[in-house]
Design a binder for this molecule. Structure first.
Ligand SMILES: Nc1ncnc2c1ncn2[C@@H]1O[C@H](COP(=O)(O)OP(=O)(O)OP(=O)(O)O)[C@@H](O)[C@H]1O
Ligand SMILES: [Mg+2]
Length: 316
């Protein structure tokens, strides 16, 4: 049985907004990443997983239970961090933690101190006066403090500084080792890349691709940074690249331009290993300031689905 199972989940908010025929399966012990731009539908899908919203079509099952009808059957097993944190008025962090502990009948939980120390949060202040990062830390602590089997995390690190983001990533690794199942949405490529076994990219409410996290690490795609001496050289190279028989912007992305940085006279080209000679041949016509391989990242992969003409700096 999958821990989370979305089948043709559809929530139509009208005017093309919402999510449409979303299918996701998360197995026990998996870390599943959900990536997409603003408004893509991540939080909508997550609210359905948590049973807060009724699907228009399709089904959402968590531990085999209908998430909307039988939320109470799996509630105790889930830790949740909402995308937008709304804390109750007039409580200190300490009181809020206690209130959330009481809900789950847990008292003097040692994990609370451990988490407060790890994320360096002083919970004595009123939640209303807490900084954005501290509110996020409080939400993290509340989600993890009862040691739930399943974690559903909607942009868990937004608002955290880079040091705390690293602390969080380390913590996710440790939780994964302990067998936790984790569903995580994020805008931060590194966070997804570093932690996830499976990754889905959602765009305009539809999942456009699902792939194994290793695919990025062992990809045959390579990125090369080519820095030219003048804008004219760069534009000339872009023109030649576009006319090259291997150039394929829309299909297999085996010889294409992923980024144009006009101010730096710099282009990032993505190719598969086999096409390196063709690229080098094109470049021999120019004097280069730099030619360097850059790591092919999840961001590059993501951008393959988002390439728009604006990325080509008007050169094409
Ligand atoms: N309750 C609602 N009523 C109407 N439209 C909604 C509602 N909730 C979300 N939407 C719309 O559905 C789409 C998906 O929104 P959602 O919040 O799921 O995106 P998201 O991927 O979480 O974005 P972000 O990265 O900005 O958090 C958006 O177009 C949004 O305006
Ligand atoms: Mg969201």
């Amino acid at each position: 049985m999958n821990v989370i199972e979305l089948q043709n989940l559809t929530k139509d908010y009208g005017h093309g907004r919402g999510i449409f025929d979303v299918n996701i399966n998360v197995e026990k012990g998996q870390v599943y990443g959900f990536l997409g731009p603003n408004g893509a539908g991540k939080s909508t899908a997550i609210r359905h997983i948590m049973g807060f919203s009724k699907p228009d079509k399709g089904s959402v099952r968590v531990y085999g239970y209908d998430s909307f009808k039988d939320y109470d059957k799996f509630f105790d097993k889930v830790g949740y961090i909402p995308g937008e944190i709304a804390l109750p008025e007039g409580l200190t962090g300490t009181e809020f933690i206690k209130m959330m502990g009481d809900l789950r009948h847990s008292k003097d939980n040692p994990k609370v101190k451990e988490l407060l120390d790890l994320f360096e949060l002083d919970p004595r202040f009123e939640t209303k006066r807490m900084s954005l990062g501290d509110k996020r830390k409080l939400a993290i602590i509340v989600a993890f403090m009862n040691d739930p089997e399943l974690l559903v995390l909607d942009e868990p690190t937004s608002g955290l500084d880079p040091v705390m983001q690293e602390v969080f990533i380390d913590y996710i690794h440790k939780e994964k080792e302990r067998g936790k199942t984790i569903f995580l949405s994020s805008h931060i490529f590194k966070e997804i890349e570093d932690t996830c076994d499976l990754i889905s990219i959602i765009k305009d409410g539809k999942i456009i691709t699902t792939f194994n996290g290793d695919k990025i690490k062992h990809s045959k795609n390579k990125s090369y940074k080519c820095k030219f001496t003048s804008p004219e050289d760069m534009q000339s190279f872009l023109g030649k690249m576009k006319k090259h028989p291997l150039y394929s912007r829309a299909q297999n992305k085996e010889f294409y331009i992923s980024k144009v940085e006009n101010k730096k006279n710099q282009v990032i080209v993505n190719i598969v290993d086999n096409n390196i000679n063709a690229l080098v041949q094109l470049l021999t016509e120019y004097k280069l300031i730099a030619f360097k391989q850059v790591e092919f990242t999840l961001e590059d992969y993501f951008m393959q689905f988002y390439i728009e003409d604006k990325h080509y700096g008007g050169a094409l």
